[in-house]
Design a protein around this ligand. Structure first.
Ligand code: 1CP
Length: 344
């Protein structure tokens, strides 16, 4: 049966008169209602693991703006935790994890089969959302890509250049690849369980793909995305997959063909004109307004939004930002962006 929801139509390759729209990190600290629910939960991880409250923050931007898709509220670092890493968040700084740098560290991780014990509340959030979302709104599940997740597991935190992960990949390739394989297997089971619970699309966030070059990009960004996509398509042939190899640059070209993803999400370091010519020829693209416009607003926001819509109007397109909205964004600018997209 042909899909009726706009996001699913674009993902199936349809060129729509107005692109459907959602926004990375649409549930987040720029919204006062998010900050209130997060305070009620106590801390970020308690919010992720509380299905009622996680569903509530997922729904907040849908109620406020009527986005065409909701993205499950969770985090890419819950999978490492489910695989046995310690995870905590330092206020004002970000995530911290126990590190995986030696064989002994790796041996402390648990088997993939055990992840659901930790992740069951996330699937419950998905089930609540499927019952609560408006009938026209698509529910997106997600996970981190193996390379990006590995950068956090190896360094124990976010890093500007992913230095510790690059060092391990060069100095102990076997251990690095064993870790990547464990994360890949866990990601397949995690995403399949989100789909079983009701996710209609899944997105693989490779936020640090841009630091992999040449052959390393092929081995550690393309190959795992291909493996995950193929495994999911075998279990759930009709569920579209969005890939986001952020800052891939020229390596965006052919990414959809090489991995089998149904849509490539673009960061804003590539122009929409370039993407129309080189990436959209292979199918749906998503993106790619610079998130700073959500802070700065004004005429530039409207002009740039309309320019992106126009440049990508001849093929399937889902409008989004090039990366997540930041906590200092003005919620009114989000409405201005949506109006600019829908006015055409
Ligand atoms: O204080 C808070 O409330 C925590 C801020 C926050 C939020 C709102 C974090 C911590 N995670 C999230 C939710 C989140 N993370 C979502 C929810 C859905 C939505 O988009 O609305 C998603 C999809 C993510 C994905 C995620 N987490 C990525 C990939 C996308 C990206 O932004 O590149 C990454 C790299 C993370 C790790 C992470 N989690 C949180 C932070 C601050 C970070 C980045 C850490 C760093 O590198 O320094």
């Amino acid at each position: 049966m042909a899909p009726t929801k706009t996001i699913l139509r674009a993902l199936a390759g349809e060129t729509l008169p107005t692109p459907p729209i959602w926004m990375m990190r649409q549930a987040g600290r720029y919204l006062p209602e998010y900050r209130a629910t997060r305070a009620e939960a106590g801390d970020f991880l308690s919010l992720c693991y509380n299905p009622e409250l996680a569903a509530e923050v997922t729904l907040q931007p849908i109620r406020r703006y009527g986005f065409d898709a909701a993205i499950l509220f969770a985090d890419i670092l819950l999978l490492p935790q489910a695989l046995g890493a310690d995870l905590w968040f330092v206020t004002g700084e970000g995530p911290r994890l126990s590190t995986v740098q030696t064989q002994a560290d790796f041996d402390k991780l648990g088997p993939v089969e055990d992840i659901h014990e930790t992740l069951n509340p996330i699937y419950e959030t998905v089930r609540i959302l499927r019952g609560a979302l408006p009938s026209e709104t698509t529910l997106i599940g997600f996970a981190g890509a193996p390379w990006t997740v590995a950068t956090y597991m190896i360094a124990g935190r976010g890093t500007p250049d992913q230095g510790p992960a690059h060092a391990l990949r060069q100095e102990n390739t076997a251990l690095f690849e064993a870790l990547l394989a464990r994360i890949t297997a866990g990601t397949i089971d995690y995403l399949a369980a989100q789909i079983d619970a009701g996710a209609e699309v899944v997105k693989i966030f490779d936020s640090w793909a841009g630091s992999l070059k040449g052959e390393a990009f092929e081995k550690y960004a393309v190959a795992p995305a291909q493996e995950i996509t193929a495994a999911l398509k075998e279990r759930h042939p009709h569920i579209p997959v969005i890939g986001f190899p952020r800052e891939a640059g020229d390596a965006y070209i052919g990414f959809a063909r090489a991995t089998g993803v149904d849509c490539v999400a673009l960061d804003n370091s590539v122009s929409a004109e370039w993407a129309a010519q080189h990436v959209q020829v292979d199918g749906c693209v998503q993106g790619n307004l610079a998130s700073r416009h959500m802070v700065t607003g004004g005429a530039a926001l409207v002009e740039e939004t309309k320019a992106i819509v126009a440049a990508l109007s001849k093929g399937p397109h889902i409008f989004n930002l090039g990366h997540g909205i930041t906590p200092d964004a003005d919620p009114d600018n989000v409405q201005r962006m949506i109006d600019a997209v829908r006015e055409g």
